[in-house]
Ligand binder design. Structure first.
Ligand code: EPU
Length: 430
């Protein structure tokens, strides 16, 4: 188990560059399957989730060429299967986007039931409802979901019962080459949905209304290759904004879309932090004690659930009692609170609500990254804690944060990655 070792107490200062958006990239990579020529993707984040998806593309026959660390050319023409191999795909939730993409190309698809970060029940009933409306049947066999259309997919009106990012994107992927008009009502509005639609439109699709709750997709017959640059990662940016605030720092977060960060900036300002927006930067300055505030996660443009653990870590050292309400995910996206408590945080959880009593100091401790964003919260807590914090299971963090250690060191943090050599050691020595 590789870990991060963090000596807390350093103020973060300087500039940090934000990478491309994970949750856009993980839909756009499978979407390339719909093209009839190579696509060049720029500003891809160098993270393990992207590598896993590129590996899956390669294993399906696509030609994947890295032009540099953040630019990949993918030729989908040699893809020769409508099935995604179970072993790798199970590890990554976003592999469910292959369902929509393969349906668009072959009118049938088989993909393993998705895994991903484990914070409760993560159903895909709305994806399947959408596919059914487009003319598909589905079945579950041996852990694989198979979706098949007897003939060409056809447009339909689809009302989503819950606002879901995954179902909105998957239905777009399946409908983009379907016959006629598809209308998705109560669609999710996240920036990565707009990015997927922009990518597909650059390939020749006809998608309108992405970013609103009604998306209209006129099916087209062909999608061509294109060059496309992925938007900056909203959550990575938000994570550095919170880290800057937690350490009483002064950090300019570069290569961002400030509009995507408004809900995060608003909460930081409520806590007494100064946030200055530039064209593609936000500067976060914290020179006063942090004040309590209440946070409720909501679909975009509300406060993102993927920032909930990080803001809770920040509220743990703010003056007063704050309330954090998780309204996007059922189940337990507060499991990490137990780890924060090990560091001296005073937080109680009652169902979907965490009550956070601010404390003066956190204390370094060995803690675990229970999932990607929970791991980011542990890093933030470690940066402000007295003494040394060891964050274990950093593989979760590295699913979604490019070079987090290097970026934090550049801002003045005392953090390094310690490889667990015991994992490499031979089992029988002597
Ligand atoms: N839901 C259903 N039925 C469905 C789909 C979703 O009831 O068919 C429910 C979920 O149980 C949840 C809510 O709808 O309560 C929202 O789920 P959504 O489908 O929006 O989540 P997702 O697409 O599986 C993506 C991100 C998550 C992020 C959520 C919410 C990716 C790969 N993942 O997941 O990101 O939390 O949207 O914004 O895009 C992360 O990056 O750390 C992460 C977990």
């Amino acid at each position: 188990m590789d870990k991060y070792v963090i000596k807390g107490g350093n103020r973060l200062t300087g500039e940090v560059n934000i990478s491309g958006a994970k949750n856009a990239a993980v839909a756009i990579i499978p979407a390339v399957i719909l093209a009839d020529a190579p696509c060049r993707l720029e500003n891809l984040p160098d993270i393990s989730d992207v590598k896993t998806l590129l590996y899956i593309m390669d294993s399906m026959g696509a030609r994947v060429d890295y032009l540099d660390r953040h630019t990949v050319e993918i030729d989908p023409r040699p893809v020769s299967t409508d099935t995604v191999d179970a072993d790798v795909a199970r590890r990554i939730r976003a592999s469910y986007y292959f369902l929509g993409a393969l349906l668009g190309r072959y009118h049938k698809a088989a993909v393993p039931l998705p895994g991903g970060c484990n914070f409760g029940v993560r159903p895909i009933d709305q994806h399947l409802k959408g596919f059914a409306a487009l003319g598909c049947d589905y079945s579950l066999d041996n852990g694989m979901i198979a979706v098949t259309a007897q003939e060409e997919l056809h447009g339909a009106n689809i009302y989503l019962d819950v606002v879901t990012v995954g179902a909105t994107m998957n239905i777009i992927l399946a409908a983009v080459k379907a016959r006629g008009l598809t209308v998705i009502e109560n669609a999710a509005r996240e920036p990565h949905i707009v990015d997927l639609a922009n990518f597909l439109n650059t390939m020749g699709a006809d998608i309108r209304g992405a970013g609103t709750d009604t998306i209209k997709i006129h099916g087209v017959q062909k999608l061509r290759g294109c060059t496309y640059s992925i938007i900056p990662d909203q959550i990575e940016a938000g994570t550095y904004m919170v880290a800057a605030a937690a350490t009483g720092g002064d950090v300019t977060v570069r290569n961002v879309t400030p509009k995507h960060l408004e809900s995060i900036s608003a909460k930081l300002e409520e806590m007494g932090v100064t946030v200055e927006e530039g064209d593609d930067t936000v500067r976060v300055v914290c020179d006063k004690p942090l004040r309590k505030c209440n946070v409720k996660t909501q679909p975009h443009p509300g406060f993102p659930t993927d920032m909930q653990p990080q803001i809770t870590a920040l509220l743990a050292i703010a003056r007063g009692t704050s309330m954090v309400n998780e309204s996007v995910w059922e189940g337990n996206r507060f499991k990490y609170v137990g780890e924060l408590r090990r560091m001296g945080a005073q937080i109680t959880v009652d169902g979907k609500v965490a009550i956070v009593e601010g404390v003066d100091h956190l204390k370094g401790a060995p803690v675990r990254a229970l999932d990607l964003r929970a791991g980011a919260a542990m890093v933030i807590a470690g940066l402000v804690a007295e003494g040394t914090t060891q964050v274990e299971d950093v593989k979760y963090i590295e699913r979604g944060y490019e070079n987090i250690v290097e970026k934090l060191v550049q801002l003045g943090a005392d953090i390094y990655r310690r490889q667990d050599l015991s994992e490499e050691a031979p089992e029988n020595v002597g």
